[in-house]
Design a protein around this ligand. Structure first.
Ligand SMILES: [Cu+2]
Length: 149
């Protein structure tokens, strides 16, 4: 009996962070102009999805700033290029750019930020990407975002 209670408690502890993790992801970015992931799966069962972005490097955001931007893959080059004139204070995102589904602020070494978006903004069968819109970064800093069951 005691053993069962202990086992249940253990299972309860183990399952709580797992469930919580399903609707969020931790992404790290570096001084080497990389993200530590190339693919993010978003479960259809999530109402909202949160991306926690951390810059694990030490370079300032003026030299090696990073953000996390979500758009359709086909829109990525234009969103990144047209975002450059907006500058770092606008996170290199053109004001009112409706192709941007979600984005974080631009951060530098040692900083963290996050963004939460409605999963209903993603359509099944559409091709989405995440990327960094800091000038010149999206050629290396990008990956796929997939809506999954
Ligand atoms: Cu970057």
């Amino acid at each position: 009996m005691l053993r069962n209670v202990a086992l249940m408690a253990l299972l309860g502890l183990a399952s709580t962070p797992l469930l919580a993790a399903e609707c969020s992801v931790d992404v790290e970015s570096t001084d080497q102009m990389t993200f530590n992931t190339q693919a993010i799966s978003v479960s259809k069962s999530c109402k909202t999805f949160t991306v926690n972005l951390k810059h694990v490097g030490s370079l300032p955001k003026t030299a090696m700033g990073h953000n996390w931007v979500l758009s359709k893959t086909a829109d990525m080059p234009a969103v990144a290029t047209e975002g450059i004139p907006a500058g770092p204070d606008a996170s290199y995102i053109k004001a009112g750019d409706e192709r941007v589904i979600a984005h974080t602020d631009l951060i530098g070494g040692g900083e963290s930020t996050s963004v939460t978006f409605d999963v209903s903004k993603l359509a099944a069968g559409e091709d989405y990407s995440f990327f960094c819109s800091f000038p010149g970064h999206y050629s290396l800093m990008k990956g796929s975002v997939k809506l999954v069951d």
